[in-house]
Ligand binder design. Sequence first.
Ligand code: GRG
Length: 296
Amino acid sequence: MSFKSELIEKQNSMNAIIMDFLPKEGTYQKSILESMNYSVSVGGKRIRPILMNETYRMFGGKDSIVNPFLAAIEMIHSYSLVHDDLPAMDNDDFRRGQLTTHKKYGEALGILAGDALLNYAFELMSKACLENQESILSSVKAMHFLSEKAGIYGMIGGQVVDIESENKEISLEQLIFIHEHKTSALLEAAMVVGAILAGANTEEIEKISKIGKKIGLAFQIQDDILDVTSSTKVLGKPVNSDEKNNKSTYIKFLGMDQSKEQVEILSKEAINELIDLNGDSEFLIKIIQYLINRKK
Ligand code: GRG
């Protein structure tokens, strides 16, 4: 099977799991369910759940205890995008070629849909902990790791520094802090949660964490590269739009060639370290290659 078909198959299977876990019961609060569903279901590469599931399988995970965590990480990712698009942050009207949640449902529901997705992710994970008494310790450890990487010591921390450094001179060190927290943290968490749930040992978890960080950083540098090289217009709005120009990027610091070189170095290191772990990392390696060669 070609990589593309394999990827689509895996994306479809992640979509089915995510849809299955989205809340469906409601009475007067139906609009929040609808806006949550909209935020999650309009497109998205599903990279984080795929990375989690592949890492889980690589360490011998076989059953479905990972499923609520797969849905939860995509809900956390979706909430971050919904909030990032709000007028108080990036003020974007479109994402993935569709109206952003606040443009479709209004600002109040945009805020609430993001809140609800974040909260629901933790409802799902804590329910999974309660329901799987045999694996309760690893499930709680996984939930703890993910909450740390989504919070002030992870994605939210990175987003705050990013916002506060707009239109300011920052150092390369600060830029790396932003990237490692805003983007890498959740990608790293995806892999580490997969490893923890599958019962990987401390040394293996440590190695996966390092690999996840590298993949995350390479992913963000590639995102910066695409912002510059992409001239695509999404519904009339250039992708490398003006508001992106007041942000520091790797390209501004290192230039295009060196940035591309960094992506190559980081991903090669991540691939070699994965091979050293001696599990079935074939698809994970293909995913890394896809991420660094992606065009959007
Ligand atoms: C609001 C707490 C909070 C955080 C926002 C994710 C984020 C942090 C901001 C979005 C802006 C951005 C470009 C972040 C870098 C990470 C990134 C490239 C996100 C997009 O991830 P993909 O490519 O998105 O996996 P899809 O659409 O495929 O799901």
